[in-house]
Design a protein around this ligand. Structure first.
Ligand code: NAD
Ligand code: DAU
Length: 352
């Protein structure tokens, strides 16, 4: 038994691989292109561990994916790989179309060919789990109910439109070809190994470096935050017991305005790493130009996954954000390697 993970060197993918191998011995074949967001240092603790096989490659490379499927014969594919940053999608949508849409299409076709040829028992047991986002549902106003799985898709950014397209492809491959798929739509994650282009890690590393803390617009946009390990446990649970063809929304019931998040990070840093002059990190906050097309509010209704699969998050926002800030304080070299770009040398060092 083996699982194939795409994007397992990214933020959520690497947390998932580490969690998976901490809990069981089923090997992981990890296919990752190692874009700027892929960082094998996240998986340094698995060095020499035969249960983890890393392959650098593009999920859209059909010949490579065919060969990996034939050689490793996974019983499931967990598809994390994507271009994931909204701001980058606004500056340059091309990579998002290529990886999130074309790449997912090619992966689905490779998996369909592999799955179709499996013996009946393996075919029945096989799963393709697509990791998606709440952003496909669009934006909410203050009094709207949180996103349920039945909410119409209304993606607003090139990123969310590309993820919505990939969700539709996955759905169609189930309905048309019978591919045994599962889709999860999760809210904003935070935790260890989060690339410091996203709000929470950017605020932590900028604060410590004495730089400004750029809050878009009025900072009253609302996101629904989930500690990354809770997302990983939800994915494991959906893989184990999710109903075929279904989508499951994953969230932590933790709606917070961005400015409150930034204040919380500053307060934790004031406590854990006080500044020499006694001033608060809050003094570094600056309001900057808003993101074009910025979605005002996301909120997840996570009742289906709780009702059907008994999943609920283990962390509250208070416990998760404290662990996160502590992790960044304890790993200055990880931050430094990411900022200097030297994390990319890891591949050479590790794999020659
Ligand atoms: P990330 O940007 O940190 O990591 C993406 C990984 O995919 C990187 O390791 C990158 O090298 C790899 N990758 C990119 N293009 C590839 C390609 N063509 N072939 C192979 N590998 C490729 O992203 P993340 O934050 O870990 O998100 C993982 C998944 O979860 C994405 O599908 C994202 O849409 C979804 N998601 C993220 C969040 C969040 O808050 N970060 C929330 C919900 C859903
Ligand atoms: O909702 C799930 C999504 O969450 C995932 O699908 C995406 O992959 C992930 O990147 C994340 O998207 P967001 O755009 O919500 O995350 P980001 O961290 O970029 O921004 C969070 C909020 O903070 C958002 O309202 C924009 C704001 N922001 C962000 C940055 C980087 C700032 O105010 N200042 C900043 O510098």
């Amino acid at each position: 038994m083996t699982i194939l993970v795409t994007g397992g060197a990214g933020f959520i993918g690497s947390n998932f691989v580490l969690d998976w191998l901490a809990q069981c011995d089923e090997p992981v074949l990890n296919l990752d292109k190692l874009t700027y967001a892929g960082n094998l240092e996240n998986l340094a603790s698995l060095q020499g561990d035969a249960r983890h096989v890393f392959v650098q490659g593009d999920l859209g490379d059909r010949a490579l994916v065919d060969a990996l499927l034939a050689q490793h014969r996974p019983r499931a594919v967990l598809h994390f790989a994507a271009e994931s940053h909204v701001d980058r999608s606004i500056h340059g949508p091309e990579d998002f179309i290529q990886t999130n849409i074309v790449g997912t299409f090619r992966l689905l076709e490779a998996v369909r060919a592999y799955w179709s040829a499996l013996p009946e028992a393996e075919k029945t047991a096989f799963r393709f789990l697509h990791v998606s986002t709440d952003e496909v549902y669009g934006t909410l106003s203050k009094d709207d109910p949180p996103f349920a799985e039945t909410k119409a898709y209304e993606p607003n950014s090139p990123y969310s439109a590309s993820k919505a397209a990939s969700d539709h492809l996955v759905r169609a491959w189930h309905h048309t070809y019978g591919l045994p798929v599962l889709t999860t739509n999760c809210s904003n994650n935070y935790g260890p190994y989060h690339f410091p282009e996203k709000l929470i890690p950017l605020m932590i590393v900028n604060a410590l470096a004495g730089k400004s803390l750029p809050v878009y617009g009025d900072g009253l946009q609302v996101r629904d935050w989930l500690y990354v390990k809770d997302h990983c446990s939800a994915i494991r649970r959906v893989l184990e017991a999710g109903r075929l063809g279904e989508t499951y929304n994953v969230g932590g019931w933790n709606e917070k305005p961005n400015i409150e998040i930034v204040h919380t990070v500053c307060a934790l840093l004031d406590e854990l790493r006080p500044k020499a002059d006694g001033s608060s990190y809050k003094a570094q906050i600056t309001h900057v130009q808003d993101r074009p097309g910025h979605d005002r509010r996301y909120a997840i209704d996570a009742r289906k996954i709780q009702r059907e699969l008994g999943w609920k998050p283990a962390e509250t926002f208070e416990t998760g954000i404290r662990k996160t800030v502590q992790w960044y304080l304890a790993h200055p070299e990880w931050v430094q390697h990411v900022q200097s770009g030297s994390y990319r040398d890891w591949v050479q060092k590790q794999y020659g």
